[in-house]
Each structure stands twice: as structure tokens, then as C-alpha cells.
Write a protein of this length. Structure first.
Length: 245
């Protein structure tokens, strides 16, 4: 089954996403970049409000790949009580040094390495994430104005990523300006999660979460434990969800 991850920037949005049925609440400030970080107080407040009802993940920000800075940011974010800490594999810097710095602490927390389809590295980042001890890996996009994930990689390439990640024992996630129209095709690739921000808002990704938009995405992703023959949502058919999109 595929989980529905909703990126939120504050307590109010977290409550909206939870009410809509999000499986994972992901803390991210869209005004601060692709993986913009919220402040520590907000992170702790969201963790308190969610109170273990669903997992909470959080980004460390659009940081350069410098080992000391990355390690410090990961530790600070983990101290907020989130279930998963996400760090991006941004261009430049020394990613190998970052992986070595994180290896000793990876066994004490659940790390998610984020790759960018529009800025892929030449080395095998999936294998590197597994070797580091990461829990999962997310394929995303860095430039949110340059189209969705499917603009940068075709389905066969994305399927290869998912298969490679799972073969390495990693949770495999997909994100990157995904829309309602992307969901059916991506579900056939069996990712462990699909992540959304812009599609949950009425307008740009920097706008507030819209309950109807969140519900339309939820309706397209079958809930965990739902019988295969049932509709994705008891209150909204797939056709209705597509119409809202």
C-alpha cells in the first residue's frame, strides 16, 4: 500500500491534513525553498498536537552538503521529537563526508535522504543511503516551478528508482509538484508513499492548505486496510476527486 504524505507548515495546517486523512504529516516551510525548514518551536508544537496519531517527518532545510552543518541540523530536528528527519542531497559540497558524519547516528533515528530528479548526482545515491543506515529515500524536485516529477523522469525511470530502493531495504517515496493527474500512474509503481504540497493548496504551494484539495488527494490513494474492491473513499468517488482537481 502507498501512504499519503501531506507537507504542512504549522499546527493549523497539520490539523487540516490530519482531518483529511493524511498518513504522514511532513513539516516543511515552502517559503524557504524546496525543503525549507520550520522553526523548532513549530516542530515541537505539531508533534504535541499530532500526539502519535500518525508519524511526523520534518526537513532540515535547503542546506549545503557540509558534514558538520548537516549533522548538527539533523540532531536538532530529531530532538524536536519527529519520527523521520529528511535531508536533501543538494548540488555541490561533500556528500560522502556528510554520509560518514551521519552513519554513527543513523541507527538512533529514522533518516530520509531526498534526491532531486532535476539535479541528480552521478553516484548511486540509493546505495549510499542504504550504506549510511537511512530508513528511506524520497525522489523529489528542487525547482518547484519546472513541472512535476514526471516532467523530469519517465515512469520507467521512476519504477527503476522504486525497485532499486526497495531492493536496498529502503522505504521508497515520490514527491515533486505532484498533481491529482499524476496519482493513478504513480500508484501502479508501488511506492511506499506519495508526497504533496502544492496540490493540497488552492493556488501556489505557499498558500494555506485547502480541506477540499486535501480530501481529493486522499480519495485517490486507497487507505491502508481498505478492501481492494472498495472505492478509495467512502465519501468521495475517484471521479469526484478528479473533478475537484
Amino acid at each position: 500500500m502507498t501512504l499519503f504524505l501531506a507537507s504542512v507548515r504549522d499546527v493549523a495546517e497539520a490539523e487540516t491534513a490530519l482531518l483529511a486523512g493524511a498518513d504522514i504529516i511532513d513539516l516543511k516551510d515552502p517559503a524557504q525553498g524546496a525543503l525549507g525548514a520550520v522553526d523548532s518551536e513549530t516542530a515541537r508544537s505539531v508533534v504535541d498536537v499530532i500526539a502519535g496519531r500518525v508519524p511526523v517527518s520534518a526537513t532540515i532545510g535547503d542546506l549545503p552538503m557540509r558534514a558538520e552543518a548537516i549533522r548538527g541540523a539533523v540532531l536538532e530536528r530529531a530532538a524536536c521529537g519527529v519520527d523521520y528527519v529528511k535531508l536533501g542531497l543538494f548540488p555541490g559540497g561533500d556528500p560522502q563526508a556528510c554520509f560518514e558524519a551521519l552513519r554513527p547516528i543513523a541507527s538512533h533515528m529514522r533518516l530520509i535522504l531526498v534526491l532531486f530528479a532535476d539535479a541528480l548526482r552521478t553516484f548511486d545515491a540509493v546505495a549510499a543511503a542504504s550504506d549510511m543506515g537511512a530508513t528511506g529515500i524520497l525522489l523529489d524536485t528542487a525547482d518547484k516551478h519546472a513541472g512535476s516529477l514526471l516532467t523530469h523522469l519517465d515512469p520507467s525511470g521512476i519504477a527503476g528508482f522504486v525497485a532499486h530502493a526497495k531492493a536496498q531495504g529502503l522505504m521508497a517515496g515520490l514527491a515533486g509538484s505532484l498533481t491529482c493527474a499524476d496519482v493513478p500512474e504513480l500508484l501502479t509503481l508501488s511506492p511506499d508513499l506519495l508526497g504533496f504540497r502544492g496540490a493540497l493548496c488552492r493556488g501556489q504551494r505557499s498558500a494555506s492548505l485547502d480541506p477540499a484539495s486535501c480530501a481529493s488527494i486522499r480519495a485517490l490513494i486507497p487507505r491502508i486496510g481498505a478492501p481492494a474492491e472498495t472505492k478509495p473513499s467512502a465519501t468521495m468517488t475517484e471521479a469526484a476527486a478528479q473533478a475537484l482537481c
